[in-house]
Ligand binder design. Structure first.
Ligand SMILES: NC(=O)c1ccc[n+]([C@@H]2O[C@H](COP(=O)([O-])OP(=O)(O)OC[C@H]3O[C@@H](n4cnc5c(N)ncnc54)[C@H](O)[C@@H]3O)[C@@H](O)[C@H]2O)c1
Ligand SMILES: O=C(O)C[C@H](O)C(=O)O
Length: 332
């Protein structure tokens, strides 16, 4: 029997991530090749015409899984009945700006959209915040939507996770699909800590630790980390626009693994409401290694954190605490 369609909201759908993301969702990349979807697309009035153009293209693409499209500038209409909300709407970072610089513009959007989601989304709606500052926008959304369970509100650090996999794959000249269990700790910002201490590569004989294969701790503790931390800025410099296709693809990976589960023996990175695991600050949205099963994520526990890593986990945690304060000062 055919499955009931799932309603997926994409805010900022007329923007560049939106343009890459909505066809992926309509093709089944996010929820599976047998899962019909109804797309809800929200943007602001100046983008209404462009949004309608995206809707026209979705119709023209004749996606078999796409059972309906709502394209609107009305936040209530956009949020009504949605099962999944991918929050991309906001102002992107331009060259030379830190993600914090876009804070005041974006947190107020997340405060008001929190209420709309709380009141109108389907029960148990899963929320992924992509727009920067992603962790803090997600935190504000959580704080101003108190009836949505905290476990349902996440932010995107899967792009950073995938970037780390990509760097290791390039360095070792192995397939990216053979690399797993990197971790992004903390903030989706230049203080994030891409950690390979538990990462492995599938080789013809066995799964081997990344450190053993790379045999270059100076690179792993230096250039590798800064490359991943600065990748967003490098893309902006090269494209004069922030990453879009990789961000859209990572958003699909994030939701797919959350809903359908992570493969056995594999974890992924998600920004989730911190319970203080690994002595990260509690009460911020912090990126942890997680596994997912039955639509729920669980933080992987018991990983050994060495002294080098400890400092980096603390640094990115301190930035999130500071961002939280800044966000509240922007809102007051
Ligand atoms: N977390 C990540 O890994 C990651 C990666 C890439 C980009 N980003 C962030 O994602 C966001 C979107 O990037 P983009 O390149 O698509 O930007 P964009 O400017 O192309 O698109 C953003 C869209 O949001 C719309 N918008 C603005 N305010 C809105 C509101 N109140 N409600 C609904 N829509 C609204 C704009 O009109 C625009 O169409 C930015 O904040 C960017 O920094 C995050
Ligand atoms: O760096 C940015 O602002 C864009 C995005 O967050 C990215 O990581 O590509």
């Amino acid at each position: 029997m055919a499955k009931e369609p799932v309603r997926v909201l994409v805010t900022g759908a007329a923007g560049q991530i939106g343009y890459a993301l909505v066809p992926m969702i309509a093709r089944g990349v996010m929820l599976g090749a047998d899962q019909p979807v109804i797309l809800h697309m929200l943007d602001i009035p100046p983008a209404a015409e462009a949004l309608n153009g995206v809707k026209m293209e979705l119709v023209d693409a004749a996606f078999p899984l796409l059972k309906g499209v709502v394209a609107t500038t009305d936040v209530v209409e956009a949020c009504t009945g949605v099962n999944i909300a991918v929050m991309v709407g906001g102002f992107p970072r331009k060259e030379g700006m830190e993600r914090k610089d876009v804070m005041s513009k974006n947190v107020s959007i997340y405060k008001s959209q929190a209420s709309a989601l709380e009141q109108h989304a389907a029960p148990n709606c899963k929320v992924l915040v992509v727009a920067n500052p992603a962790n803090t926008n997600a935190l504000i959304l959580k704080e101003f939507a108190p009836s949505i369970p905290a476990k349902n509100i996440t932010c995107l650090t899967r792009l950073d996770h995938n970037r780390a996999l990509g760097q290791i794959s390039e360095k070792l000249n192995v397939q990216v699909s053979d690399v797993k269990n990197v971790i992004i700790w903390g903030n989706h910002s230049s203080t994030q800590y891409p950690d390979v201490n538990h990462a492995t590569v599938k080789t013809p004989s066995a799964e081997k630790p990344v450190r053993e294969l790379v045999k270059d701790d100076a690179w792993l503790n230096g250039e590798f980390i800064t490359t991943v931390q600065q990748r967003g800025a490098a893309i902006i410099k090269a494209r004069k626009l922030s990453s879009a296709l990789s961000a859209a693809s990572a958003a699909c990976d994030h939701i797919r693994d959350w809903v359908l589960g992570t493969p056995e023996g594999t974890w992924v990175s998600m920004g989730v409401y911190s319970d203080g695991s690994y002595n990260a600050p509690a009460g911020v949205i912090y990126s942890f290694p997680v596994t997912c099963r039955n639509g729920e994520w669980t933080i992987v526990q018991g990983l050994v954190i060495d002294e080098f890593s400890r400092k980096k986990l603390d640094l990115t945690g301190a930035e999130l605490t500071e961002e939280k304060e800044l966000a509240y000062s922007c809102l007051s």
